[in-house]
Design a binder for this molecule. Structure first.
Ligand code: HEM
Length: 262
């Protein structure tokens, strides 16, 4: 889904992400920016989708996600219309960008704090061992998480962990905050939680767990380490001293982190 230009697309996605996922106090300015950006993104996507359909009247759409979704429209899937395609794709692009940039930034920041770990991760990147880099990135993310918690609304009364000593009754209408950060330091799941280890076989909770686990879960296992590896391969990678080398934020979003290399 190309944008009109990168800056506009980034603005739209950030505004919408902020309101949908992080506007915990229902801040009115955050809400109105998201509504404005949502209206603009919708109009833009409608044009892109219409253009794509006109470009391929003979029914051989380009082999990308948009093309494949449009290719599924028709009698076999009467529920799938252009609006469904647009809503589906906009969910994917909104979910993909800020999360990826934040996880990569925070994982790198953590690796840069640990010189010996950084060297080992760099060796893995230089060897092209992307699975190993993924282990470094996900473990670094445990200490500096993109997702320290997830929220749930419980519409009907429910008992969690029924029949165990941890059983908890959740009354209807409860908003719950689930600490994925603290769960990733629970020694029952993460042995020696204070140690930086890349040999953990237990599943990290960076992407949630269960029914609503991140749709990008498998993509992340490739794109996150590839992005981190691109930095690690830079010779002598280090943070810029002082405040300049800290992560700069716009609200909850990293806007930049200055690093140096030789
Ligand atoms: C290509 C990249 C990505 C795409 C397309 C994507 C898309 C999505 C979508 C559609 C959902 C909603 C799933 C549902 O409610 O059923 C989701 C959930 C989530 N994603 Fe991603 N995402 C991406 C990358 C990431 C990254 C890099 C992170 C970093 C931590 C992340 C963290 C999460 C979390 C925490 C949830 C919520 C899980 C929950 O509520 O239990 N996502 N993602």
């Amino acid at each position: 889904m190309p944008g009109p230009d990168e800056a506009t697309m980034m603005r739209w996605l950030r505004d919408i992400f902020y309101d949908v996922f992080l506007n915990l106090t229902n801040n009115a300015a955050v809400r109105s920016a998201a509504l404005r950006s949502g209206t603009e993104l919708r109009a833009h996507m409608n044009v892109v989708i219409a253009k794509r359909k006109n470009e391929t009247p003979s029914g051989t759409p380009p082999d990308d996600v948009l093309g494949r979704l449009l290719g599924l429209e028709g009698e076999a899937n009467p529920w799938l219309d252009d609006d469904t395609v647009r809503r589906n794709l906009s969910g994917l692009i909104v979910g993909a960008v800020e999360t990826t940039s934040k996880l990569v930034t925070l994982a790198l920041q953590e690796l840069l704090r640990r010189p010996a770990v950084l060297q080992a991760a760099r060796a893995a990147a230089l060897e092209g061992d992307i699975e190993k880099v993924r282990r470094y990135a996900y473990e670094a993310g445990r200490f500096n998480p993109q997702t320290p918690m997830v929220f749930r609304f419980c519409p009907a009364e429910k008992e969690l962990a029924a029949g165990t000593a941890r059983a908890r009754r959740i009354p209807a209408g409860t908003t719950m905050v689930l600490g994925t950060l603290s769960a990733m330091f629970d020694p029952e799941g993460f042995v020696s939680p204070g140690e930086f280890r890349i040999d953990r076989e237990v599943e990290y909770l960076h992407f949630g767990f269960g029914m609503h686990r991140c749709f990008g879960y498998l993509i992340n296992g490739v794109q996150i380490p590839e992005l981190v590896a691109a930095f690690l391969r830079l010779p002598g990678l280090r943070r810029v001293p002082g405040r300049a080398g800290c992560v700069k934020y716009e609200g909850p979003f990293p806007e930049g982190m200055l690093v140096e290399f030789d």
